[in-house]
Design a protein around this ligand. Structure first.
Ligand code: 17E
Ligand code: FE2
Length: 424
């Protein structure tokens, strides 16, 4: 296989042929006419008028915790905090083999849905850092399916966990791509602030990206995003810094948010919203009216900030469902965030492709342009709107020029009168 014909590209009219050689895209050509099915060459894939995109991105997941829900106990309150307690119990029994097996199984679930770029947080509040060592091996072993970024994530705190700072430094020495944090979970406001200064300094000195679990709470007094943004601005680190969750922003009052947004724009950092996770974990201390517990996705987007959607969990102590399909997350996110307006529908895939790629700082390793990796995903429908409306799927995934996944979309067979007719 070295090209695909009869495919559509986002934001452009007509059909296109995309060619590649030695794993790199060599040409993107507009077609004057469709290539009839019987004339499609043996070394080409027929796009059949469907949308071709660069791969989906999973910008925020916890591969070390996936597929552990209920082990040893279920999270019965549905809160973030009980999730952290349940995970601490499961963490006591993890082995490297267990971590690797679950991570590889989950990566297949992601790749099955056209995801080829993944950022995983890995809990480094673990003496010995065995889980991190295992995940760094997974990063190499899974190369044929995904590019994996590993985040040093201090689940139980940097300042409020024994040797938290040393564990973070050790994780960087072991080769993580990204430095994480969890300021809202530190014991005091002061520890939260100092944890942000510590992790930003660590990332800057070692040339790593930053992705902080920031203000993942409904507490309107949780204001660590302003600290993260201000350090980002002062050190001009915007393209390298991401704030994940920021759900407290859904509880801030508008006067504070107005001021906050000025700092956010100056900092130019990215945002990740995990809509299914947050609608499940937040609002848990409310009766009615009940908060949605999500960050301000459309407002960030309209302010020109980079924001994307992520899964966060698949069957773990924080969230019991999930199957790897990021389009399910997009569907939920657009609903919960009041983003089903005409303009949003035309460009909805931005939130699970280009925006996420920008958060991961993928640069020219991403996109359908000559010279970039021949990483391409063919979808089951012909536009953003139709992919969303039909709950579409990735039907083929090409990585470095090789087809790594094909999916046959389901078909409906009608009864005798209309036998043979099909609906995608
Ligand atoms: N840990 C955390 O602090 N927050 C989450 N949403 C998950 C793990 C999944
Ligand atoms: Fe997370």
């Amino acid at each position: 296989m070295n090209h695909i014909v009869n495919t559509r590209l986002r934001g452009q009219d007509g059909l296109f042929t995309v060619r590649w050689a030695d794993g790199l895209i060599t040409a993107v050509q507009a077609q004057a006419t469709p290539v009839p099915p019987h004339e499609v060459p043996a070394d080409a894939l027929d796009g059949e008028g469907r949308l071709l995109i660069p791969p989906f991105v999973e910008p925020h997941i916890h591969l070390d915790a996936t597929l552990t829900a209920g082990q040893p106990r279920w999270n019965l309150s549905g809160t973030l905090f009980e999730g952290i307690e349940r995970w601490a119990e499961r963490k006591a029994t993890v082995t490297r083999a267990d971590t690797k097996a679950r991570a590889h199984r989950t990566i297949r679930m992601l790749a099955e849905h056209g995801i080829q770029h993944v950022r995983t947080h890995v809990d480094v509040t673990e003496p010995g850092l065995g889980t991190l060592a295992a995940m760094l091996e997974v990063r190499d072993e899974a190369r044929d399916l995904v590019d994996l970024q590993v985040v040093a994530f201090p689940q139980e705190g940097i300042e409020s966990f024994a040797n938290g700072r040393a564990l973070m430094s050790e994780a960087v020495a072991m080769g993580v791509d990204v430095v994480g944090g969890i300021p809202h979970f530190e014991n005091t406001r002061e520890q939260g602030v100092s944890s942000v200064h510590f992790l930003m300094d660590l990332a800057e000195r070692h040339g790593r990206l930053v992705d902080v679990h920031c203000d993942e709470t409904d507490d309107p007094a949780s204001r660590f995003l302003e600290v993260l943004a201000e350090v980002t601005r002062v050190h001009s680190m915007g393209p390298r810094v991401t704030a994940s969750h920021t759900t407290a922003m859904g509880s801030y009052d508008n006067a504070y948010c107005h001021k906050l947004f000025r700092v956010l724009r100056q900092a130019g950092l990215s945002f990740i919203c995990c809509p299914t996770e947050s609608i499940h974990l937040q609002g848990r201390f409310d009766t009615y009216p009940k908060r949605r517990g999500l960050t301000r996705v459309p407002e960030l987007d309209r302010a020109g900030l980079n924001v994307c959607f992520a899964q966060d969990s698949i069957v773990d102590p924080w969230y019991p469902l999930g199957n790897g399909n990021i389009l399910r997350i997009l569907d939920a996110g657009l609903h919960i965030c009041h983003m089903l307006g005409y303009e949003d529908l035309q460009r909805s895939l931005d939130f699970v492709t280009t925006h996420s790629a920008r958060a991961l700082a993928l640069g020219d390793r991403y996109g359908i342009e000559p010279g970039r990796p021949a990483n391409l995903v063919l979808l089951s429908a012909d536009s953003d709107y139709e992919v969303l409306r039909t709950q579409g799927h990735a039907v083929a995934s090409i990585r470095h020029g090789e087809v790594i996944m094909r999916r046959t979309p389901s078909t409906v067979q009608w009864g005798p009168q209309e036998a043979g007719s099909q609906t995608a």
